[in-house]
Design a protein around this ligand. Structure first.
Ligand SMILES: [Fe+2]
Length: 469
């Protein structure tokens, strides 16, 4: 009997080795009434912090508003729930959109993997409530992706019913996705975070789900964000690249997490030289990254009504596709059309290899494009295009996960109401070789100088139109 018990115990020990358990995210699904009550308790402020990804997996950043008189850009971090033995991180304050406040930004560094942390920020009066942030593995990891959060503004007559509805949809998408995927490390979104880009209420509602204090976000700029300037005051993205032709909000940025390099482009800017230069910088600083993921707002090979729009088509296929292709990106995440879909492998404006759901592709040629639906509502667009492997034409928003395991990247897309699987595809890389320096790609980048010039002219015209239009 003792031998049997010993055998069972040793099997159990072996099975538990290497298994990392994750504390669940605190992301409750709320009813209309529960959300409305919670929303009303916070709607008249704009001081919820944004937790953003850092330059790499050992960092996260915070950004929040505080009263000008007492604002201090300080965060303290501890491994203990009572905040004992905490470490202080200082950042900088910058002007806010209103005279009475400052924006505080702090980057926390030196994080260790698979570690539970507690943190507080100085809210202008005192240390904030204590929030939890659990790092996961810095190697194999999973990422949550959802498109166009696009919280709407409160209308001039004070009617905020749409904002309440969208805030609840956003909260409950996170609740569903994180309940089924408690092992997610961070969140990626291709922009249109807000609807008007002009009101702090949009960011306040976006930041209301409490789980966002524990889930760092990487957020692209969308055309709706670009209608105003609030993105400037509510985010703290790493390695921001303003380029030579900065016009207020325009910026690209990149970050690294484990084996994955992310390149975020502002697709509302036609500034081709800056986009190409950012890609060059990011790739050259990360020659050992196994995966390269692009994120832009507008979908080149997406689903929905952007297909066939001449300006979008020209802008995207001419300016961005050559960057994605010559820098050999594996996947580009897009949004904008509020329509869920995924492309085949694309290159030179055509399908170079079909990408069927449920299959694994080893060292595929071409770039895969995921078009994320809107996280808070979605259109029903009957999309049919040769570049699409599928489109999901239902009113329920979807979410996706990207899982990096060994030499595989597994992309799954699920319904946000019940997590039923819509699509999955796996890419396997058997080599770390990249072909950005092939003769063909160098030649393409040389020809791209023409695009850079035309893009520069386009940007100047666009600036004039914005000034006088
Ligand atoms: Fe958009």
């Amino acid at each position: 009997m003792k031998k049997i018990i010993a055998a069972i115990l040793s099997v159990a020990m072996v099975m538990s080795m290497g298994v990392v358990s994750f504390a669940d995210f605190t992301a409750p699904r709320l009813t209309n009434e529960e959300w409305a009550e919670y929303y009303m308790s916070l709607r008249d402020e704009n001081c919820l912090p944004t937790l953003n990804v850092g330059a790499d997996e050992t960092q996260v950043s915070l950004c929040w508003h505080a009263d000008k008189a007492e604002a201090k850009a300080e965060v303290r971090l501890s491994k203990n729930a009572d905040m004992s033995d905490s470490k202080l991180f200082k950042g900088e304050t910058t002007p806010a959109e209103s005279e009475s406040q400052l924006v505080c930004r702090v980057t926390v560094t030196g994080l260790e993997e698979n570690t539970e942390y507690y943190y507080q920020w100085f809210d202008g009066k005192d240390w904030s409530e204590i929030c939890e942030y659990e790092t996961k593995s810095f190697g194999d990891h999973k990422v949550l992706v959802a498109g166009d959060i696009q919280i709407t503004e409160i209308y001039e007559d004070g009617d905020d019913s749409a904002q309440i509805r969208e805030g609840l949809a956003w909260n409950n998408l996170l609740a569903e996705a994180l309940e089924k995927n408690p092992d997610v490390s961070y969140f990626v979104t291709p922009g249109d975070n807000t609807s008007s880009g002009r009101t702090d209420a949009e960011w306040q509602t976006l930041l209301m789900p409490k789980v966002l204090r524990s889930l760092p976000m990487a957020m692209a700029i969308g055309n709706h964000d670009k209608k105003g300037m609030t993105y400037n005051y509510y985010t703290n993205m790493p390695n921001e690249y303003y380029g030579k032709h900065f016009r207020g909000l325009d910026r690209d940025f990149w970050f690294r997490y484990g084996d994955v390099l992310y390149l975020f482009f502002d697709s509302t800017s036609g500034d081709a030289p800056d986009h190409m230069a950012m890609a060059k910088e990011a790739v050259e600083k990360n020659p050992d990254a196994k995966w390269r993921i692009g994120v832009v707002h507008h979908g080149i090979y997406g689903a929905g009504d952007a297909i066939g729009d001449l300006e979008t088509e020209l802008l995207l296929t001419t300016i961005f596709a050559p960057i994605f292709e010559t820098y050999d990106l594996d996947l580009v995440i897009t949004g904008h059309t509020h329509s869920q879909g995924r492309s085949h492998f694309m290159e030179d404006r055509k399908v170079v290899e079909t990408a069927e759901g449920g299959k694994t592709y080893t060292d595929p040629k071409g770039v895969l494009y995921l078009n994320a639906s809107c996280a808070t509502s979605t259109l029903v667009l009957d999309t049919d295009a040769d570049h699409l492997a599928y489109s999901f034409n239902e009113t329920t928003p979807a979410y996706s996960t990207l899982e990096f395991v060994g030499n595989k990247m597994i992309l799954e897309t699920r319904r946000s109401d019940n997590s039923e699987l819509i699509d999955t595809i796996t890419i396997e890389r058997t080599t770390d070789e990249r072909n950005e320096n092939s003769i063909g790609n160098q030649l393409k980048r040389l020809l791209y100088k023409v695009v850079e010039f035309v893009g520069f002219i386009y940007t100047k015209i666009d600036t004039l139109v914005r000034m006088f239009g």
